[in-house]
Each structure stands twice: as C-alpha cells, then as structure tokens.
Design a protein around this ligand. Sequence first.
Ligand SMILES: *Cc1c(COP(=O)(O)O)cnc(C)c1O
Length: 399
Amino acid sequence: MSKLNLKKASFATLCVHGSGGVDEATGALGIPIYQSSTFAFKSAKDGADIFSGEKEGYVYTRIGNPTQAAFEKEMAFLEGAEAALAFGSGMAAISSVILSFCRAGDNFVSSNTLYGGTHNLFMETLPRYNIEAKEVDTTNLENILNSIDDKTRLIYIETPANPTLTITDLAECSKIAKKYNIPLVVDNTFPTPYYQLPLKLGANVVVHSATKYIGGHGDTVAGVVVGKKDYINELRGSFLRDLGGIISPFNAWLLVRGLKTLAVRMDRHEQNAFQVAKFLQFHPKVETVWYPGLSTHPQHDIAKKQMSGFGGMVSFEIKGGCKCGEKLMNSVKLFTLAVSLGDVDSLIEHPASMTHSTYSPEELREVGITESLVRLSVGIEDPADLIEDLSQALKQINI
Ligand SMILES: *Cc1c(COP(=O)(O)O)cnc(C)c1O
C-alpha cells in the first residue's frame, strides 16, 4: 500500500503512484500481471459472501481482476472520479455506456464529428435496436437544445473532435444536460485528463480509447469509463458482465505502465504539435491548419477556457487536394502512414479514405472532412526532425 495521501497528490505524481504502490504480498515495485481466470475462495461461506456482495473479493476475471483494478483505480484518480471500469477497447466502453442509458425507442444527442467507429455504431448498429443518435454540430449549442425531446436519454460529446479538432463548450453542455436531467457523456481520448477534466466541467461520465495516449506506445487496444461509483458498479454488474467486453490482465498492466509517463509524454506531444502547427501554418503548400492552440482556430477561446493544454493532434488542408495529400503521405520518412494516434511515434493519415470512411460523402461534406484533409498524430521525436520530414515531403508535391 502506498504511504502517500494520493487524494492530495499532483497529477504527475499520481501518474507514477496512483495505481497503488508496492505489491503487499511480494514487495514487487510494479503491479503483477494476475494472469488468472478464476480465484480460489477461502471457504464455502467466503465464496457465498463474495457472490452476494457482502464481502469484497475476486471471483472471475470477466467481473474483476487485481491488475485491471490497479488500472481502474489510477484512471479514477486522474479524472477526479469516484470509480473507473476498464474495457477491451474504446468501442466496447462507448457501446456499453450508450446501452446502459438507452432502451429501444430512446434517442440521444451527439456531436456529428466523431471517431469513425463511434459514428458507425451510432448510425448503423444502434438503429437496429431502435436507438436513435441525433448527430448535430455541437459547436452551436442551439442545435443540441433543438434536438432534445422526451425520449432523449443523454448528450454525447467528443472534444476536440476527431479529426477536425472542433471544440464543444463542455460547461455549457452540462448546463443543458442538467436542465433536462440527462447525463453528459464525454469522449476524452484526445486531450486525456492531463489537459481536460470533463467531470470538473459538469460531465457525468467520461469514456476513453485507452489505445491512444493512455497506453501511449501503440501496443495495446483498450477502453475505460469513469464516473460515479454507483453508475460504474451498475455498468460492471450488467454491461461488462453480460456483454463481456473485458480487458486482459496483460493489457491492463501495459496501461498502468503507460500511465506512469503520461504527464511527460503529453508535455512533449504538445510542444512538438505546436511547432509542427506553426510550421504548417506558414507553408505555401498548406491551405488551413486546425490546431486548438492556434489563435486562428475558430473555437480557440473555448479551448483555452476548458483545456489546460491543446494536445498532440494537428490536422491540415493541403493545397491541390487529394492527389497532393497522397503524395505527401507517400513521401514522409519519419512519420508512419497509419491510423490510430497518441503513440510516441508520429503518425500521418487521410481521414476521408481511412478513419472516417464510415461517413458517407454527404456526411463528410457536412462535418468538413474534405478530401484534402490530412491528420497528424505528433509523436515525441525531436521536433526539428519532424519538421524536416514534413518539409522534404511537401517539397515533392507539385501543385
Ligand atoms: C480510437 C478512438 C475510439 C475507439 O477506440 P478503440 O480503442 O479503437 O476501440 C473512440 N474515440 C476516439 C476519439 C478514438 O480516437
């Protein structure tokens, strides 16, 4: 057990120590990987008491596991929440949260600029169960107000949104949610709790693709939900237990390991992203740069108000359209042409044909994901090398 009072610890200290400290049984510095499906009871009565909930204890890894618990404990600390629940992927976390609030016939209001998989869940899969997502431009709060009716069960926001990095005002959304007595759910994958704390801004539930900055090394797929203890218990007892989208002990261990460096990684991601954004902003072959830290970003003031930093994602429109974007992506040497994000390695991709190909051409137009949009996940390499790489790749383009 940690001797520290973790409730008072600062963020970077929590990253290193929040998962619980030295293992009591063995003295191991790191949390062991409890690679076990089942857990022995001390007696028949002990087993019955744990099953009935009268006593705390582990039963079976689909319901709980000590390595998962260490990760969950740390995530709850970092988001300033009562509790957290790990899932096998971001999509397992998101789908379980939506299903926990909605029944057939219900609807919810959501941002229209979303991770492509989330958009597909909302527009293709959930309608099969008669659950309707009303995707609207949530940068304009009127659109949210106009969409709520007596069957609306939650508001779902992604900010900064993937891939255009538009910002939605979370404090204002939470006022709307409170007025209608429905929960506000926020996908906090892009900023991480290091740069944005939605619960402090009035949100009720936070979801993450832990695959991204939480893990940070491009080696794990995972998700997590944080919120009030009662809600997390209900989610564990029904949706994790019944749908079974659990994380493995090994992946939970990788996330605990990843979190130890979250604060230093995010600082470096942001410094590098800022430099890359400024370089691109003045490049003659670049049309527009989308980075919430730039004063030219349309919602820069809201970003400044609700985020303590702007993160490591940069998108931009290249002059000359899709062909030139293709040339750029084939010409980089240090950036890797790959989807996903939040890794220590820098990544480049084309949203319209890759991550956001779940959007129809009309939907892409509506949310401003053009053919010439390029998305960068800026890694933690030397920023001069990253800029040099983009510079040489841009030189190869003939507009
Ligand atoms: C990647 C991503 C998801 C989905 O997470 P998986 O771990 O891939 O299932 C959800 N939201 C955002 C913002 C993402 O970037």
